[in-house]
Design a protein. Sequence first.
Length: 163
Amino acid sequence: MFSKILVAFDGSDHASVALDKAIELGKQGNASIVIFYAVQHFFRTARTFPIPFLSMSVNAYDLDEQSEQAVYNSHKSLGERLLVEAKQKVEDAGLSCETELVESTGPVEAAKDLVRDKGIDLVIVGAGGVHNALGRAVLGSVSTGIANNVCCNIMIIRAECST
């Protein structure tokens, strides 16, 4: 089975179901779970997609430096809160858990680094995240990036297919 499971977590339905799957698999093999949230993913999305209907984030091009920092801090605070809640859920299930709030890279690079540095043998990621309606129709950029770039077993979870 797996000994250390990494979960990419953004609070979306897909990520929540991915966390549930990690807990289920963790219980089967007494695995520890590492959960991460990448602040840069949400912040860079605003810079990458300035068209309002393609992003739930604020268009950073229109912000002064102080407002830009406020948006970043908001995403960081959200990540901290989500990680506390997710960790509690894992620990309530009787598994050991650690969390990583990643500020320096996006989620794909973060997953690559964490797999390498923490001896992860399975990454579980949701098929889509919280960004936009278009992204919910296809496999998300994070899950695609992780599947194509991370060197370990990958499980991609679709919230609408799990019951």
